[in-house]
Design a protein around this ligand. Structure first.
Ligand code: FES
Ligand code: FES
Length: 221
């Protein structure tokens, strides 16, 4: 049977591709058969004991917690999965969104980027420890007053970060937009925007967040 030339070319191309894929598969299978299996260590699911669990004592919101943790557990996972303080949120788990911000010794920290075992002896404060209903921290109250949120997912991180920002400004820590490094820094809108730039808000509540922080900064001046 005679095929037109173009059809014959099409068939040959298919045959070549198919045999190439088959060859690759065979090579991979051969390689896999010859290679001893590699075990990739993973943090075990919550609730399961890991053979490498170690005792860790964490001071969180003024309470001491005796935990047994895999040393690879992040502070974020320790807070949420082991101490069940779920106010601290997991957004990206890669240090890019700020949703997991907590205070460690009064300084803001991305809790997804630090291991829990590194914080024995530190004073850890989460959003639950800043204030509570009826006794809100001034920053929490200002966020409520100025509608500094919509869905609220980023809000615990925003509030903790905002408290940290005002601590940094009070301590004279400069930022990238500070004009004069030798003078005491002021909580100008530019300073607040720059210092809060690591806290993303998908709802775009930025202008109201700025109003809230400025109000607290003014009240503290
Ligand atoms: Fe930590 Fe996004 S969850 S920075
Ligand atoms: Fe929704 Fe910020 S309030 S992400």
């Amino acid at each position: 049977m005679n095929f037109p030339e173009s059809a014959s070319l099409e068939v040959s191309r298919r045959v070549v591709i198919a045999s190439g894929v088959a060859g690759m598969t065979t090579n991979l299978a051969t390689a896999q058969n010859n290679t001893p299996p590699v075990s990739v260590p993973k943090t075990p699911p919550t609730g399961q004991d890991s053979p490498v669990d170690i005792p860790v004592r964490l001071d969180i919101n003024g309470r001491s917690h005796a935990l047994k943790l895999d040393p690879r557990t992040t502070l974020l996972d320790a807070l949420r999965e082991h101490v069940h303080l779920t106010g601290t949120k997991k957004g990206c788990d890669h240090g890019q969104c700020g949703a997991c911000t907590v205070m460690v010794n009064d300084r803001r920290v991305n809790s997804c980027l630090t291991l829990a075992v590194m914080h024995e002896g530190d004073r850890i404060t989460t959003i639950e420890g800043l204030g509570r209903p009826g006794q809100l921290h001034p920053m929490q109250a200002a966020f409520v007053k100025h509608d500094g949120f919509q869905c609220g997912y980023c809000t615990p991180g925003q509030v903790c970060s905002a408290v940290g920002v005002l601590n940094e400004i009070r301590a004279g820590v400069p930022s990238h937009v500070s004009v004069d490094l030798s003078s005491i820094q002021k909580a100008t809108p530019d300073e607040i925007r720059e210092r809060m730039s690591g806290n993303l808000c998908r709802c775009g509540a930025y202008s109201n967040i700025l109003d809230a922080i400025q109000e607290v900064a003014g009240n503290q001046a």
